[in-house]
Design a protein around this ligand. Sequence first.
Ligand SMILES: [Mg+2]
Ligand SMILES: [Zn+2]
Length: 191
Amino acid sequence: MQKAIFIDKDGTLIKDVPYNVDPDLVELVPGCERLRSLQDIGYKLIVVSNQPGLALGYFTEAQLMKAVNRMFQLLAEKEVYPLAFYFCPHAATGTIRPYNHACGCRKPLPGIILRAAEDLGIDPSSSWMIGDIFDDVEAGNRAGCQTILIDNGNETEWRIDQFREPHYVRTNLSEAARMILQKNTYHDLHL
Ligand SMILES: [Mg+2]
Ligand SMILES: [Zn+2]
């Protein structure tokens, strides 16, 4: 079994531009090259994203993938190579078939993480979920991962219950990556 870092896309890995699919507006967050150090110690990087804009008819999968490919290209320039991009296209309030229904893969539900873990042979309990809102934290917690909330101001609704409490809070992705790296180093030193 492999270990992974599940990472939210918008507001965590790239700057948050709501419903954006324009490749020219895709911009990595500062410090994301630190993910390289986690890659180097054996973590698979997996991007997990809610994309209700598909169900709402704001854009198509082909348009979305152009923006995602741009993100992968920018990451590759920093030698960061995510293994996969998983997304939830659904919204119960949407109008576009076949996406217009409730589902188990829209964060805060854990379906997207669990499916990626099953597909890719990943053990959630040795993995992490990093995101900028509590829905990311809850999805990670429900999947059995350790969770980090990036407290960068994107979460506006501080409603915490047993599923929404992050294991750690950090101010940006770089600090989150550093923390995971330190925990692994500590672990190795004390075996
Ligand atoms: Mg986000
Ligand atoms: Zn879904």
